[in-house]
Design a protein around this ligand. Structure first.
Ligand code: AMP
Length: 176
């Protein structure tokens, strides 16, 4: 499938919801894309292609879990769930960051997964301001891993996330 075909597929399986979860936010819901067999396969393949070279996939809570696991299977790597604050038992490593709406915390286990020297691709559904992916990259860095790239299905280009993440390489399958 060409990059144009994938972009068209994403655009046609996206639900737009105004004023969610806060007034003024135009929420992009990719649930219909993930529920579509051809859509899920196409975005998984394209994200895996972008992620080549990584030896671990980090999926961001919560929609990044779906994609992260699928991409990891395609790449032949494991997957690390980067959780929202308060979900994991201690000890955890955590990072607090600014969201398009409010603040949030990301956490990963402080032990049990060897991260030192790992080359990690971070996967999420939507790139908005970039705060989430930047926090995940910092978190991995604190644990001795390197975020080599980030890959998302949809980029909200006007919010400047790509620039905020530089020099991290970012792939998006559709930028609007
Ligand atoms: P940000 O940190 O601003 O790049 O926000 C990215 C994270 O928040 C991703 O995990 C997205 O799922 C979610 N997100 C932020 N803004 C939106 C939006 N307008 N529509 C859907 N998800 C969003």
């Amino acid at each position: 499938m060409t990059t144009t075909d994938i972009a068209t597929l994403i655009a046609s399986h996206m639900r737009e919801v105004s004023d969610f979860p806060e007034p003024g936010i135009q929420f992009k819901d990719l649930t219909p894309l993930f529920a579509d067999a051809a859509g899920l396969a196409a975005v998984t393949d394209a994200l895996a292609e972008a992620a080549r070279g990584a030896d671990l996939v980090a999926g961001i809570d919560a929609r990044g879990f779906l994609l992260g696991a699928a991409v990891a299977i395609r790449l032949g790597t494991g997957v690390l769930a980067v959780r929202k604050g308060g979900k994991l038992p201690p000890p955890v490593r955590s990072e607090t960051y600014q969201l398009e709406y409010g603040t949030a915390t990301l956490e990963i286990p402080a032990d049990g997964v060897e991260l030192s020297g790992r080359r990690v691709v971070i996967i999420d559904d939507v790139l908005a301001t970039g705060g989430t992916l930047a926090a995940a990259a910092r978190l991995l860095g604190h644990c001795g891993a390197t975020a080599t790239h980030a890959a998302v299905v949809l980029e909200l280009a006007a919010l400047g996330g790509r620039d905020a993440l530089a020099p991290l390489t970012v792939t998006s399958l559709l930028a609007i």
